[in-house]
Design a protein around this ligand. Structure first.
Ligand code: SUG
Length: 440
């Protein structure tokens, strides 16, 4: 299985990217609420990150943005009439619902699904379970369209199993790969899957919402047919959630045999590491890289998004590369930590900084913007080809973005019925480039 590679499927940032202040417990979303956003710049930044990864020799995929506004949500809220009438009435009577319906939050594909490569699963297929994202209203409307997208991309049922979202109930709250880490010796080998949950079913001990339950993690692991001995469930520290780490990937990232995490990430660090070592026996030797609170206070980790980085095996490099947001370079403690780390001899040998500021201002760093899917060569061939990127396809997507996206979007612009038509035009053109027009 050594021909397996990790494919990163980034979310294409949609034309309604805006600062809605919709996510309680996400400090960036709260503090930038109401600011003017730049959807065109946001999408171009995202596509340039994809290009950089592709030029580094990695296989890069993309998932289209979902249709926005969600008229299903607006109609469920009782609005009727033509599209323009629905938008006008919602803007007057329920602006919060209109904001949710317009959210471009599906750009953060780390929350699209949890993925288990075929090397780990009971039936030898690659499994994906769409996340229900039930905790936040604006995100709870993503899963049906996300499942349709995943079914279109991973259609071959002999190789892929796409599971719909878990039940839409707080007991099953699931945020996908943002709370999931896979560790292994090499991508194609059997691995250990770490699921990090914020609460044990109904009981929450945090002030900010804990968006992942143990029951949800266990359900996904069962559905994927994972071996119990190779699966670890760990409780996220309440202190991390209350400091603003609404997903585990804000304080932890892992790749191959390396786990890079903050001292305050897990409720019980020692137990978590012991369990991972036990589960990995005979497969790999765990290399933990723990960042202390003394070196990087949790507030800095969350402001800079040090851990919300992509940790990548780049061709031709013997150590892993951390693809971190520019904010990590600009924050003193994290910059100092990174400089020290790469001059040591640990598993992370280089840090590359990328500009995803538009997404960052809503709490989404480089790691939020991608869904990792380890795929064998045969699986890559069986998947829908239109979502794999080369320079031509990136250029074509950027041309659509330049031609159809607004430069600026203020909260009041969501009331403009023209925006909905522009979104439709953009979506149709983007889907055409990806050869996914059936999703329109
Ligand atoms: O769910 N922000 C997203 C950010 C998701 C980040 N993903 C990962 N950590 N994997 C969220 O909180 C803000 C939208 C707004 O306020 O307009 C938002 O949904």
């Amino acid at each position: 299985m050594s021909n397996a590679t990790e494919v990163n499927f980034d979310g294409l940032i949609g034309p309604t990217h805006n600062y809605g202040g919709l996510s309680d417990g996400n400090l960036a979303s709260a503090s930038n609420a109401g600011d003017v956003s730049n959807p065109r710049e946001a999408a171009l930044q995202g596509l340039e990150k994809m290009r950089a990864m592709m030029h580094a020799g990695l296989i890069q995929g993309v998932l289209p943005s979902l249709p926005r506004p969600s008229f299903d949500l607006l109609i469920s809220a009782g609005f009727t009439g033509t599209d323009a009438q629905i938008i006008e009435a919602a803007a007057n009577k329920a602006p919060a619902i209109l904001k949710a319906a317009y959210s471009a939050s599906n750009m953060w594909t780390a929350n699209a699904a949890t993925v288990s490569p075929s090397a780990d699963t009971g039936d030898g297929r690659l499994h994906l379970t769409t996340a229900n994202l039930s905790t936040m209203l604006h995100r709870s409307i993503e899963h049906t369209d996300t499942t349709a997208t995943l079914q279109a991309v991973f259609a071959d049922e002999n190789r892929f199993a796409v599971h719909p979202a878990l039940p839409m109930h707080s007991a099953f709250a699931d945020e996908g790969a943002a709370n999931h880490v896979r560790l292994c010796r090499e991508h194609g080998a059997a691995g250990v899957e770490l699921f990090v949950y914020g609460r044990d079913n109904a009981v929450a001990s945090t002030n900010f919402p804990a968006r992942q339950t143990l029951l949800a993690s266990q359900s996904v692991a069962r559905g994927h047919g994972l071996t119990e001995g190779r699966t670890v469930m760990a409780l996220q520290a309440a202190a991390a959630i209350d400091a603003g780490a609404f997903h585990n990937d804000v304080v932890c990232v892992g790749a191959r045999d390396a786990l890079f995490f903050h001292e305050l990430a897990f409720e019980n660090t020692e137990d978590t590491l012991d369990s991972l070592k036990r589960a990995g026996e005979g497969l790999f030797e765990l290399k933990p890289v723990m960042v202390s609170q003394a070196d990087v206070p949790i507030e800095d980790a969350i402001r800079s998004y040090l851990f919300n980085s992509q940790l990548l095996q780049m061709p031709g490099e013997d150590r892993l590369v951390l693809v971190a947001p520019l904010e990590t370079q600009e924050t003193k403690s994290t910059r100092r930590f990174c400089d020290g780390m790469v001059s040591g001899n640990g598993p992370i040998g280089r840090v590359q900084y990328v500009d995803v500021r538009q997404s960052m201002r809503n709490g989404g760093g480089p790691a939020c913007l991608r869904l990792r899917v380890v795929m064998t060569e045969a699986e890559r061939e069986a998947a829908h080809q239109g979502v794999f990127l080369d320079d031509d396809r990136i250029n074509a997507l950027q041309n659509v973005v330049r031609g159809t996206y607004r430069d600026r979007l203020a909260p009041a612009d969501l009331a403009d019925p023209d925006l909905a038509n522009e979104c439709l035009t953009a979506r149709e053109a983007l889907l055409k480039v990806l050869d996914l027009s059936d999703l329109a």
